[in-house]
Design a protein around this ligand. Sequence first.
Ligand SMILES: Nc1nc2c(ncn2[C@@H]2O[C@H](COP(=O)(O)OP(=O)(O)OP(=O)(O)O)[C@@H](O)[C@H]2O)c(=O)[nH]1
Ligand SMILES: [Mg+2]
Length: 330
Amino acid sequence: MKKCLGCGIELQNENILNLGYTPNLENDLCARCFKVKHYGETSLVNKNKEDYLKVLEMVNRTKDLVIYVVDVLNINENLDDIKEYLQNDMILVLNKWDLLPKSVKDEKIMVYIKERYEFKEVITVSSLNNYHLDILVKQIKRYQHSSHVYFVGETNAGKSSLLNKIISNYSELSPNLTISSMPETTLETIKIKLNDDLTLIDTPGIVDLQNIIQFLDKKYYKLLNSNKEIKPKTYQIRKNQCLIIGDFLRIDYIDGEKNSFTLYIPNGIKVKRMNIRHDYLKDLSYKEYEVNVHEDLVIYGLGFIKIVLNGKIGIYLNKDVKTFLRKNLI
Ligand SMILES: Nc1nc2c(ncn2[C@@H]2O[C@H](COP(=O)(O)OP(=O)(O)OP(=O)(O)O)[C@@H](O)[C@H]2O)c(=O)[nH]1
Ligand SMILES: [Mg+2]
C-alpha cells in the first residue's frame, strides 16, 4: 500500500472525507498534506490516545535509539514520564532554541536538565536555523544500536522539521515531511532511509490534553508556533495589580512586595497591566499559588513567567490547562 510522504497515512482515492484521500493514487501526498504544503491550510484530526500508545509500545519493543524531541519553551515538569513507556536509550533534544533570547546560555539549561533528569545526552538544537544539528548527528552515530533511530515527542515539538533538516543536510533525498503549526500533523510512522547504516523514523506526536493549544482558537496556532526570537517583557508589579494575557489568561498579584514578572511567551500575544478590581476574564477557572523566590510560573504550551521575589498570585485560565511552578530555568 502506498503511503503519503508527508504524514505517513495510507493513501486512498475512495472517500474524500476520510484521511489519506487523494484524487489520484499516483500522487505522493494526501490532499490534507497537499493543502498544508501549498496553501498553509490547516485541518485538524482527532486521533485517540491509544493510537499514540501503540506507537510507543512498538518503539519500546525495538530497543533502538530514541531521540526525544521537546520544545524548549515546553519543558514539562514530568519530562521523565516518557520512560514509563520507553526503556530505550534516549537522547533529549531541546528544539526551538532560536526562540530564546541570545543572552540565554545553553549551559544554564543543560545544567538544569542534568541535575533533574537522566538521559544519554542532552542537546539544544534549532531546526529553524540548523543549530547543533552536527552534534545531534554525531551523537546519533555514537549511541545507535542498529540502523533504526526513532524521533518521538509531543505534537508540535518539531520532530518532522528536525528530520527534514537532517535529510536535506546529510543526504541526497528531498525533505518531504509535512510540517505545520496545527497539532497532529504526522499521522503514522514514516521511515527515511538515509543510507545502509541509518534509517530515521518520524512518529506522530503525543497529544498532551493539558497543553493550552487544545483550548485556544485556531487563530492562535501560528502565534504559538512563532519563529521569532522571544522578546521577554518585564513588568514591575505591585500588590493588587494584574496582567491580562491575550484573551485567555489573567494573573493577579494578590500579596507580596513590589515584584518583577518577566514573560517568555510568543511576541504576538498582547499583555496588559491593570488593577485587580477589573472583572475582565474573571469568569475563567481560578487557582492560587504561593511563589518562592526565583521561580517560574509555567503555562503549559504558552511559555513561562520568571518571577523574582516570593508572593501570592491568583490565575484565571481554562481549568484543564496545566500550570506549575519550577526553579527559574534561565
Ligand atoms: N521557532 C522554531 N519553530 C520550529 C522549529 N522546529 C519546528 N518549528 C515549528 O513548530 C511547529 C511544529 O513543527 P512540526 O515539525 O510539524 O512538529 P512535529 O513534532 O512533527 O508535530 P506532529 O507531527 O504533530 O507530531 C511548526 O510551526 C514549525 O515551523 C524550530 O527549531 N524553531
Ligand atoms: Mg510531525
